[in-house]
Write a protein that binds this ligand. Structure first.
Ligand code: HEM
Ligand code: HEM
Length: 470
């Protein structure tokens, strides 16, 4: 592997590999943080490892390392593939890959040293922000140049999502960069405009794009409806960016902002349910394929988590429920259902589905990948249950005016359970890295070379025809 490789597929492969590396790192910070919640003195108060430094190291590494890099790696494969051309420049996309890795690594180093811009999900300090925006623009350049020279006239919905996510996020990030807090509530509103856009206009479209690509492909059938996919796309754009204030319903921000946020949070379900109906109807009569393709299995599970997290999200955007759940572990549960369940499963599906396509090497062990799937399912399902119950205990105590010192001991058992369940996810992440490494080393089963990058089958999928022999 050269530093700036120009081989077709090399950029996609390197982004996917980086994703697997960062998952295996990011979950370790999560586990340490979880242990501290169960046993506060466990790490002896060592400064770099206090909870406040581990927490941003954990989720920034996971969101911008694991999720972003795996899902971008997938995009660098499906964009040229669906455009029936090659990527505009693997060299530039590889340069972007090194820069983005530098963003994630510098993030970890600065957080552990105690540097932060103190905006949740926008914690990177300004030099790292600048690096991130440059990288996003570089990637957008490569992707849009690829789209411009496409041979396929129809732009499939995955490309819409990927291109849009790059532009939205470059703009949001450029606005948001900078160290230090703004004054008062303005700071909170800006913070959540950014943080919220990272979930809904970055992670979500990147993950949905992969689902739209992997599901029809692995199920060997066209997408149920292209029109429905565009309705979901435009509904996301229309409603999403107004809803950041649903994180601030318990803060004294203007009431009109809260009302818009609550209403549009419910309206978002149009986009969510249109997506779910579309991909699930694509699988109608073909559910058996889920057991045959490990990539499809991960991605399909991700779509179910998406349905759950979004339905829960809309409910908790209403003042009545959120009065009970805000400031509690309920929200931490929601965060993991969304980012680990929905986006994490789809990112792992992207790794297993797309790595063999770009390298021509079969996955080292489908059995290990399946084991990883069950560990992640157990971990995520467990997180959802344990953290939701812990949240309800906290919330009802809060509403009843219970004294904090009487509530905290009640939470211990849930914190221990979270650390144990988290260990499953950590093991899953290390298995994934092992599987990916051995796949790249060519230790997988010896088979016929995989189909070429642009096949008639895929062309027909794009055109919405029933592929021959499907
Ligand atoms: C219709 C869809 C969704 C709605 C309406 C929604 C709504 C909400 C609300 C109201 C909160 C704040 C809860 C509180 O602080 O009391 C929240 C938090 C959060 N949501 Fe969602 N959600 C949705 C989907 C998602 C998805 C798909 C993801 C992941 C990709 C996600 C990730 C998160 C995260 C990480 C937090 C925690 C933020 C924090 O640290 O406080 N949500 N969501
Ligand atoms: C792909 C996997 C994962 C993703 C995407 C993820 C994402 C996140 C996010 C977004 C938050 C902030 C939540 C909030 O404040 O509402 C968070 C917090 C946290 N996560 Fe994870 N996580 C993952 C895996 C894990 C694992 C394996 C553990 C290990 C037990 C873990 C433990 C924690 C802890 C302890 C916190 C801090 C909760 C708090 O502030 O009370 N996470 N994670």
């Amino acid at each position: 592997m050269r530093f700036l490789d120009d081989q077709p597929g090399s950029a996609a492969r390197n982004w996917l590999l980086s994703g697997a590396v960062w998952m295996s790192t990011g979950v370790l910070f999560g586990l340490l943080a979880a242990i501290e919640m169960a046993a506060p003195d466990f790490l002896g108060g060592y400064r770099a490892l206090v909870f406040g430094r581990l927490r941003p190291s954990h989720f920034n590494t996971i969101i911008f390392g694991f999720l972003s890099m795996s899902l971008i790696g997938a995009g660098l494969h499906y964009v040229p593939h669906l455009c029936a051309t090659r990527l505009y420049s693997d060299k530039l996309a590889n340069a972007a890959m090194w820069l983005w890795n530098l963003v994630v690594l510098s993030g970890i180093v600065t957080f552990l040293l105690g540097y932060t811009s103190a905006h949740e999900y926008g914690e990177y300090i300004w030099p790292i922000d600048i690096l991130a925006v440059i990288t996003l623009l570089l990637l957008a350049y490569v992707v849009f140049r690829t789209i411009a020279r496409r041979e396929e006239p129809l732009i499939y919905v995955s490309i819409w999502y990927f291109g849009a996510a790059l532009l939205w996020t470059a703009v949001t990030w450029a606005f948001m960069g900078g160290t230090g807090a703004r004054y008062g509530l303005n700071d909170a509103v800006w913070t959540w405009f950014f943080g919220h856009n990272i979930f809904g206009l970055w992670v979500t479209p990147l993950a949905l794009a992969v689902a739209y690509y992997v599901i029809p492909r692995e199920a060997r059938t066209p997408l149920y409806s292209h029109t429905l996919s565009l309705i979901a796309f435009w509904a996301l754009i229309t409603f999403y960016s107004h809803t950041g204030t649903h994180h601030l319903l318990q803060a004294p921000v203007p009431a009109w902002q809260k009302v818009i946020a609550s209403i549009d949070s419910v309206m978002l379900l149009i986009s969510v349910y249109a997506f779910c109906a579309n991909v699930w109807l694509t699988l109608r009569g073909r559910l058996w394929r889920v057991e045959q393709s490990i990539a499809l299995k991960f991605v399909f599970a991700g779509t179910i988590w998406f349905f759950i997290v979004s339905t829960q999200g809309s409910a908790q955007s209403l003042m009545g429920l959120q009065r009970l759940t805000h400031f509690t572990n309920w929200t931490v549960g929601h965060a993991h259902i969304g980012l680990l369940g929905f986006a994490g499963f789809i990112a792992s599906g992207a790794i297993y589905g797309i790595l063999p396509q770009v390298t021509g090497k079969p996955i080292y062990s489908a059995a290990l990948a399946n084991f990883q799937y069950w560990l992640m399912l157990l971990g995520t399902g467990g997180f959802a249950i344990v953290l939701t119950i812990a949240g309800l205990v906290q919330g009802s105590a809060w509403l009843n005016g219970e004294a904090l010192y009487r509530v905290l001991p009640e939470l211990g058992v849930y914190m221990v359970a979270r650390a144990v369940l988290g260990t499953f996810v950590v093991v899953a992440a290390e298995i994934q890295l092992w599987n990916v490494t051995l796949t790249l080393l060519g230790r997988g089963p010896k088979r016929e070379p995989l189909e070429p990058a642009i096949s008639l089958f895929d062309q027909q999928l794009v055109e919405g025809q029933e592929p021959e022999g499907a």
